[in-house]
Design a binder for this molecule. Sequence first.
Ligand code: FAD
Ligand code: SF4
Ligand code: SF4
Length: 661
Amino acid sequence: MQRIGVFVCWCGTNIAGTVDIDQVKQAAEKIPGVVNVQDYQYMCSEVGQNLIKNAIKEQKLDRVVIASCSPRMHEATFRKAAKSAGLNPYLVEIANIREQCSWVHKNKEEATEKAIALVRAAVAKATLNTELVPGEIGVEPRALEIGGGIAGIQTALDIAEAGYKVDIIEKTPSIGGKMAQIDKTFPTLDCSACILTPKMVDASTHPNINLYTYSEVEAVQGYVGNFEVTIRQKARSVNADKCTGCGICTDKCPSKKAESEFDEGLRKRGAIYIPFPQAVPNVPVIDREECLKFKTGKCGLCERVCPSGAIEFNQEDTLVTQKYGAIVVATGYDLINLDKFGEYPYTEHPDVITSLEFERLTSAAGPTAGKFLRPSNGNKPKKVVFVQCVGSRDKSSRGKTYCSKICCMYTAKHAMLIKEKYPEIEVYVFYIDVRTPGKNFDEFQRRAVEEYGVNYIKGMVGKVFPEGDKLQVHGVDALSSETLIIDADMVVLAAATKAKDDAQELGRKLSISTDANNFFTEAHPKLRPVETHSAGIYLAGACQGPKDIPETVAQSSAAAAKAIGLLNKGKLVNNPCVSQVDEQICSGCLACTKMCPYEAISSQVIEVKEQGKIVKKTVAHVNEALCQGCGGCTVTCRAGALDLKGFMNRQILAEVDAICL
Ligand code: FAD
Ligand code: SF4
Ligand code: SF4
């Protein structure tokens, strides 16, 4: 007979508030094989863990069941505790009486009944648990960074400084992301380019960092420590090794009708262009949809004027496959499309602009050399109205329910930047609430009001009407209930942030999930905020949710620390709960090979004895290093030849039987 210990956790009042712990203990004591039952307020604490360890040693327990929170939360903790007391960690079983029980029930009687059933099931499974021993796999000492904004750059620099090679894949022709578009940064009002461009240069010159700009992830295979990523390097049509960045081609190009992405469409760019003067790499790219040579077969002027012979019209996309131990996703965010916000005539009137367009208009390197003039007529505005929360905290289908987090601060910044340049301009800010938590943030916003005389109006704008050369802003002051009409020259919309449109597609390639708003999901919002549910893949920056630069940089360094920790291990223990094939039963249909998302199953030919003769037979073969233990194959196999170690069919059935008692 086995000697099973059952440890019931209160989780403070999380479990004990809804589940009668004493009744669970009494029921557990009656289960055959259970020789020791104890309870404690926080079983995961040091005292709780010691309780388990001592019981294993003193009571000679050979199986342990912890009735507590989800195994996602503390299975590793309890397995480690068991191991340190000399018990194979796979002889530990968790009964989830928190997430599956106390948190979903209000009635104590029902919750207690369910908790007892779950404990019975866990004991039944533990009875059939066998000792499992993890194997070892090597770790490729190289990291991949997807996205070259401030998040990607910071993470890459941290990893590179720790002595590991790191590649950055950036979709656009230059690294830098949104921060490169920003003029000055809150809360210090220091120049964004002055703090970002040295980092861009450091990233491009660091001996451990390799840039793949104008590139994307094509495919991802493998698993933690051994990812195999295929990178598509899009054809620049310019040979980066030959190009000196002289810019003659971009000056001479006659096709200058395309809207500059970097300047948010406020300036035209050529078909051959360098996105911005401080771009890294400082190499042009030909936009083939705009280039006359590609469109009509004529022109080719850039090829003729380039002194270095760098133009290559026949360049093709190239695919590079590289192995990585860790991957950090840092693909950032975008602003929502304002087409559906008809109350602000954004698509019709050039003087209604987004906050990012504002950044380009105030930037010394922007289309107006920082003069901040009305796009419609080039005049200096007299009154500017800012509208916050455009599409943020908006429950309608056109907006986003969440707070974009950065707009209150950048709007205060924008208001101050105007006032610093032109104190005579009247500035109004319509807001729902001012949300400025963060070091020195509230003080910063108050300066806009107290020092610069910016008029903050609590209320929303109902409609903006173009009237002559003015924009008549109709709003309500919610504090005085007064209707306000402001004859503005410009309206600046703090458009909500959103996840990148291709986030789900990238998520699928990486096998990481996205939330309801398409931001990438962290493994645990409090305890594992930079990890994903796929081991070895981490998150940095605004791809996980709206973030300002300080928060982005902090999270990036955290993701780097996680990646460095992984690369530093050199070897990993792999999960022994992997699938196994019963070759006697396997019919060789290989349906399992098609369904395995990790491509862990292949076919192999073995020799078997049939009616006294040795015959060859094709069967499925599981690569234990690739298998992630998802169990998908076990339910696909019609012959029932596949079973998952640690979650064998008979163990699952024993659990079901115990619940149905
Ligand atoms: P991003 O800057 O968006 O960079 C992501 C990068 O990943 C981009 O280069 C993108 O091209 C690339 N990428 C995307 N998808 C892929 C893919 N599939 N493959 C490869 N590459 C990909 N914050 C402050 O702290 N202070 C300020 O003053 C401030 N002002 C702001 C003003 C405005 C108007 C706005 C909108 C934001 C402001 N912010 C400010 C916030 C700041 O922009 C963000 O905190 C910061 O840019 C987040 O960095 P990131 O690297 O996570 O994302
Ligand atoms: Fe590069 Fe040639 Fe253009 Fe000069 S002219 S920037 S060398 S491609
Ligand atoms: Fe511009 Fe294309 Fe002509 Fe080169 S060939 S100069 S990129 S239009």
